[in-house]
Design a protein around this ligand. Structure first.
Ligand SMILES: Nc1nc2c(ncn2[C@@H]2O[C@H](COP(=O)(O)OP(=O)(O)O)[C@@H](O)[C@H]2O)c(=O)[nH]1
Ligand SMILES: [Mg+2]
Length: 347
């Protein structure tokens, strides 16, 4: 598909506005380079106000600290998938927050960790590290529900080396899991990792707590600048990529051990059928026959559950009914195969 590269455009309010426009129409209009049909509200027209600020914020941290949850909470839309499993996020992706006076582009990154077994792992960590010098502000996201981990130390060192003059904000996440009694000592132990941090904000991304404070502190450190994206764009991911990720999320939530890490999803088809229902066909790759067996389950039960959960998420995202077909295919060693990684969009 050549036209699967256009960024996802979303209406001002919520994804439910998709209800008025089918997934396919929207997809085709994007790929044709057409402007959104509705005229923008007055506040989005004309010149930017004096002092308009904009810039990039990179979310850096070890796996599972809540970076993707934080991104979704900041944007107010689900643009990144989340799971309890480490290494859920495989690529660098953006969430774009536009207001009349500013535009912040948040870059969610794969977690930085040291066990890099596969080519995919190496690419994931390289992407996270590469986003450091591109950012105007860095969030060092940590999970205060546990003491600092050796990987937190490693990231602090990386930030010290690569952040240069860029402000680093400590995001002390999962505060909802920390008792008052333990808080002082715990937070001090994180601050000690990077003594020259610029700012520090306690958050609970899961509950959306302190997002406004974090945003205000971030804006203070943003330079004046243009609006880089139209105000309707909330992520750089394409519709195809988001659907693949939603399917992968359903897999991550229902499989264990090596299966989640061995699974990749490729949306192969998206078309309108006679009954007006968008038809989506996605192929799930695993690395071994045994994993295929686990994914399909007894009498096809597991795949059925995954398909049903994924379909509901996709329907929520597009704001209407869809037909989702999943196919499982064994692609041995795809995580170490350059061509296959490319096909999946893992650059
Ligand atoms: N209790 C609690 N859990 C959180 C919070 N933020 C994220 N989580 C959970 O932590 C897990 C990992 O989150 P995720 O955003 O995928 O982490 P990432 O790997 O850093 O992107 C998920 O189960 C989230 O629901 C938080 O503030 N409090
Ligand atoms: Mg993530």
């Amino acid at each position: 598909m050549t036209n699967s590269k256009s960024p996802l455009i979303i209406d001002e309010t919520t994804a439910t506005q998709y209800a008025s426009q089918s997934l396919v129409e929207q997809f085709l209009s994007q790929s044709g380079g057409m402007e959104p049909v509705e005229a923008p509200a007055e506040e989005w027209c004309g010149e930017l106000p004096a002092g308009h600020k904009s810039g990039f914020v990179a979310l850096i941290g070890r796996p599972n600290v809540g970076k993707s949850t934080l991104l979704n909470a900041l944007i107010g839309e689900k643009v990144a998938i989340v799971s309890r499993k480490p290494q859920t996020t495989r690529t660098r992706l953006s969430g774009i927050l536009t207001a009349p006076t500013h535009q912040l582009i948040f870059i969610d990154t794969p977690g930085i960790h040291k066990k890099m077994h596969s080519q995919l792992n190496r690419k994931m960590v390289a992407q996270a590290i590469a986003s450091i010098p591109d950012a105007d502000v860095l969030y060092f996201v940590v999970d205060v529900s546990t003491p600092p981990h050796s990987e937190d130390k490693y990231i602090a060192q990386l930030l010290q080396e690569k952040a240069q003059a860029r402000p680093v904000i400590f995001v002390l996440n999962k505060m909802d899991q920390l008792s008052m009694a333990a808080a002082k000592e715990r937070i001090n132990s994180y601050w000690a990792l990077l003594p020259d941090y610029t700012d520090s904000i306690p958050t609970s991304a899961l509950h959306g707590a302190n997002m406004d404070v974090l945003l205000a502190h971030t804006l203070e450190r943003m330079p004046e600048g243009p609006r880089y994206y139209p105000h309707t764009t909330i992520t750089d991911q394409t519709t195809f990529q988001i659907i693949s990720e939603l399917v992968r999320e359903a897999i991550l939530k229902r499989t264990y051990q090596e299966v989640p890490h061995a699974a990749a999803v490729l949306v192969e088809e998206l078309e309108e059928r006679e009954n007006n229902l968008p038809y989506i066909s996605a192929r799930v790759w695993v690395e071994r026959d045994s994993q295929k067996g686990i994914l399909i389950g007894k009498g096809g039960q597991t795949l059925k559950q995954i398909g049903s959960a994924a379909r509901q998420e996709v329907e929520r995202f597009v704001g209407g009914k869809v037909y989702l077909d999943l196919w499982v295919k064994v692609q041995s060693e795809w995580r170490d195969h350059e061509g296959r990684l490319h096909e999946l969009g893992y650059e």
